[in-house]
Design a protein. Structure first.
Length: 479
């Protein structure tokens, strides 16, 4: 194979992959399948009012006012898996509609640690000011799907083959202020940085069916995309109010990320004869879209029972995904030559993918119980949350299996002494199975070389299920 027409197909790949949920900060909706952080997730993600260590960077930077001078490092493994049984509505020669069901395809994630690291410094004798720096990676479902099932082309190949090799992180600088014991205020400046790798198969088969069947494998093209370097600045802010010693009220707000990233592509072109003499110049583009602001609120109740401490928090999160209307991929001086039956040269214009996302909501309940045994202190934690999907049913696809879901988290800590704390996490994410009626499925095959755009069979109809397990460990040192 050669790189004929590679840029055109690659640009469409960039739109399809980056547009359906690639980097999304630390939010759970969209591509990200779980809240982040070993200690917060073991509380079910209810860590807004009760935030008081370096995990506050993600949830409520006001909580850094209680982190003191400390260091934290944790890492988790998100064992994500999904199943997709494609259903396609086709119309026969007589005009009758039929639903064709394909074999089930299974997606899975690689074994890769997802880290959080941070350091904080409490300033002055009264420690009213705290500065912090750190970075965290999103708990993302980096899935891969087979290219064939039972010896035949995979039903998911036009949505996704693999996201392996993607590397995203959110570094930031933070400051927290405690003017009086009842109030904490925190702000942070952040940036989403890294690169995003993805592979997918396109169909260059004409939609009019005159030259081939709609999904003729000889028109399939395996494409690889690398988007980056990504640099999208943002900021967050939060406040914690303590009206009396048993109650804490917290709120935080994350500003949106505006992505404007370069992309490069590598493509293996179809075997179809119409591409035998084709060539292209240029393989660069810019991918543009916006990721949502996020609002978090929470109320925590604390009480001492003898020498023990019980903390219970209820929290709410809203992610404003309606900002993501569409994805724009703008080619850079891209022209194609010698494609049979096409103008010569053929200029590829801006590719627009409709998204039409919806706002998502999460409610969480969790807490921890601290007690002493012998000369050591232990913490036990548990929590649960329910989150709605950010993706309307008609736009659900194997690339972004963002189902409504329930997460159960549990874990604990072992305090070696007053300085060292070791954290453990186990969580299970139960995706709520969803069926996309092929009659309403809205995602079509991307064909960047069609002359007159025409509707094609949707590729995302069918049954979806997903689940994940999260295992994590962390250490916290307080000076």
């Amino acid at each position: 194979m050669n790189s004929k027409n590679g840029a055109a197909l690659g640009l469409a790949l960039g739109a399809a992959l980056l547009g359906t949920g690639a980097p999304r900060s630390a939010q759970a909706a969209g591509l990200y399948f779980s809240d982040g952080g070993v200690r917060p997730l073991s509380r079910g993600g209810a860590f807004v009012a009760g935030a008081d260590d370096l995990g506050s960077m993600q949830y409520n930077p006001a909580g850094l006012a209680d982190a003191g001078t400390s260091f934290m490092l944790d890492a988790s493994w998100l064992n994500f898996s999904s199943d997709f049984t494609r259903q396609t509505q086709v119309t026969d020669a007589a005009g009758a509609n039929h639903v064709v069901t394909s074999p089930t395809v299974h997606g899975s994630a690689p074994v890769e640690p997802i880290p959080t690291i941070g350091v904080s410094f409490a300033l002055g004798k009264e420690q009213r000011w705290t500065i912090a720096a750190g970075a965290f990676a999103p708990y993302s479902a980096i899935a891969s799907y087979p290219q064939t099932v039972n010896g035949q082309p995979s039903p998911s190949r036009y949505s996704l083959v693999s996201l392996n090799g993607s590397l995203l992180a959110v570094p930031g600088l933070y400051v927290a202020y405690k003017p009086i014991e009842q109030i904490r205020i925190g702000v942070g400046v952040q940036a989403l940085v890294g690169s995003f790798n993805a592979s997918q198969i396109f169909s260059a088969s004409p939609s009019n069916k005159l030259l081939s069947s709609p999904e003729d494998p000889t028109y399939d093209s395996y494409s690889q995309l690398k988007a980056g370097p990504i640099f999208a600045p943002s900021a967050n802010a939060g406040v914690t109010f303590i009206p009396e010693k048993h109650i804490r009220i917290g709120a935080s707000y994350q500003l949106p990320y505006v992505i404007d990233a370069p992309a490069t592509v590598n493509v293996e072109l179809p075997n179809a004869v119409v591409f035998d003499n084709a060539k292209q110049v240029g393989d660069n583009a810019r991918v543009k879209f916006e990721l949502p602001p996020v609002l978090r609120t929470g109320v925590e109740f604390r009480t001492n029972i003898g020498k023990t401490l019980l903390r219970v928090e209820a929290s709410y999160k809203r992610e404003f995904w309606t900002v993501e209307h569409s994805i724009e991929v703008e080619p850079t001086n891209l022209k194609l030559y010698n494609i049979t039956a096409f103008p010569n040269p053929y200029s590829v214009g801006t590719i627009t993918l409709p998204r039409n996302f919806q706002n998502s909501n999460e409610i969480a309940l969790g807490g921890e119980f601290s007690f002493a045994a012998s000369r050591y202190v232990f913490d036990l934690r548990a929590g649960v949350n329910y989150e709605t999907s950010a993706i309307p049913t008609a736009y659900l696809s194997p690339l972004t299996v963002d189902l409504a879901r329930v997460t159960l988290g549990t874990g604990g800590s072992f305090h070696l002494n007053k300085h060292w704390r070791i954290d453990l996490l186990y969580a299970h994410v139960f995706g709520i199975s969803t069926t996309v009626d092929p009659a309403i499925a809205a995602i079509q095959r991307v064909n960047p070389v069609q002359g007159n755009p025409a509707p094609s069979e949707a590729i995302n109809g069918g049954q979806y299920s997903a689940r994940a397990e999260v295992l994590g460990v962390g250490v916290n040192y307080k000076f």
